[in-house]
Each structure stands twice: as structure tokens, then as C-alpha cells.
Design a protein around this ligand. Structure first.
Ligand SMILES: Nc1ncnc2c1ncn2[C@@H]1O[C@H](COP(=O)(O)OP(=O)(O)OP(=O)(O)O)[C@@H](O)[C@H]1O
Ligand SMILES: [Mg+2]
Length: 154
């Protein structure tokens, strides 16, 4: 039998995860599992509650966060009269949008933190959307997926 010496980093000597990265997306066997392992959580909240949300996220040990200002509408229709009859207008309200990519164990704590920080009990408190997240990459290190959404110390 012919034994060939494999160079370091050869596909046969790498782990499943490393191999998946090397051979490209089409052949990534982890894609389906990654969808279960990570989520992108979008929280749209009142601007005046944004700091409370940040504090609640910090207490829940959720560290990676993006925030942006958005204009939104919750779906309620305000009817106004015009001289041609009844028309519908949509008033947009200022909101803050959080985007938080987390590994599975942080999904419920993140949702709870968003609720705790943003809740007033009045209409317009906001919404939380949870999306499957296929990939994440830490640019500096190349860390992928759950490692990429787990904060490094220091
Ligand atoms: N279906 C949706 N898709 C995208 N964004 C939404 C949706 N529903 C609400 N939003 C966003 O969330 C913001 C706050 O929505 P809001 O809290 O008014 O939702 P709601 O369903 O009307 O609940 P509430 O009855 O408490 O007002 C909106 O201004 C909009 O930015
Ligand atoms: Mg509303």
C-alpha cells in the first residue's frame, strides 16, 4: 500500500468545520446545522428606551450589538378625510433598530432583555424578529459562526 505524506492543512487532516470553509459554500455540510445554531435578532424599540435595552443586554451578557435609527409603522391605519372622500395615511414614527447575532443559548436571554428594556405597556413598544443566521465571520481572526458571535476577552 502506498502511504502518501499529507502536507499540513491538507483537507484530509482538517476538521469538518475547517474543511467546509476550504471547499466553499456549495459543499458546506454545516449550513443546515448553522441555521439552528445562530440567530439574528432584530428589535425595533422606542428611541427613549434604547439605553434601557442596552443595559438589559449588557446584564444578559450579550455584547455584540448594532443600532440604527429607523422610521416605522406598526400597521395601524389612520383614516383622514379629503375632499374626494376617505383616504388613508400612514404616519411614520422614529424607532431604534437593534441587530444582534447570537448563538443559540443567547436567543431567549436576548429576547427577554429586549422586552425588559423596551416595555412600557403602551401601544408602539415595538417588535422583535428572530431570523435564522447562516454564517458569521470575525474579520480580524477569520473565526467563523458561533465563535464569531461569541465575544473574545480583552
Ligand atoms: N410587521 C412589521 N414589519 C416590520 N416592522 C414592523 C412590523 N410591525 C412593527 N414594525 C416596526 O416596529 C415599530 C413599532 O411597532 P408597534 O410597536 O407599533 O407594533 P404593533 O404591532 O402596532 O404593536 P402595538 O399594538 O404595541 O403598537 C414600527 O414603527 C415598525 O418600525
Ligand atoms: Mg402600534
Amino acid at each position: 500500500m502506498l502511504l502518501r505524506k499529507r502536507p499540513p492543512g491538507d483537507l484530509a487532516t482538517t476538521t469538518g468545520r475547517q474543511r467546509a470553509c476550504k471547499v466553499g459554500r456549495a459543499a458546506r455540510p454545516r449550513d443546515a446545522l448553522a441555521l439552528l445554531a445562530m440567530k439574528l435578532i432584530i428589535g425595533i424599540v422606542r428611541p427613549e428606551k434604547a439605553n434601557d435595552v442596552l443595559e438589559a443586554l449588557y446584564r444578559a451578557e450579550v455584547r455584540g450589538v448594532s443600532m440604527s435609527r429607523v422610521q416605522g409603522h406598526g400597521g395601524e391605519l389612520d383614516r383622514v378625510e379629503t375632499y374626494r372622500g376617505t383616504t388613508v395615511k400612514m404616519e411614520l414614527a422614529e424607532k431604534v433598530r437593534f441587530e444582534i447575532a447570537v448563538s443559540d443559548p443567547f436567543v431567549e436571554p436576548t429576547i427577554e432583555a429586549l422586552r425588559r428594556g423596551a416595555h412600557t405597556g403602551e401601544v408602539g413598544d415595538g417588535k422583535i424578529f428572530v431570523l435564522p443566521l447562516e454564517r458569521a465571520v470575525r474579520i480580524r481572526t477569520g473565526d467563523a459562526d458561533e465563535e464569531a458571535v461569541t465575544p473574545l476577552g480583552g
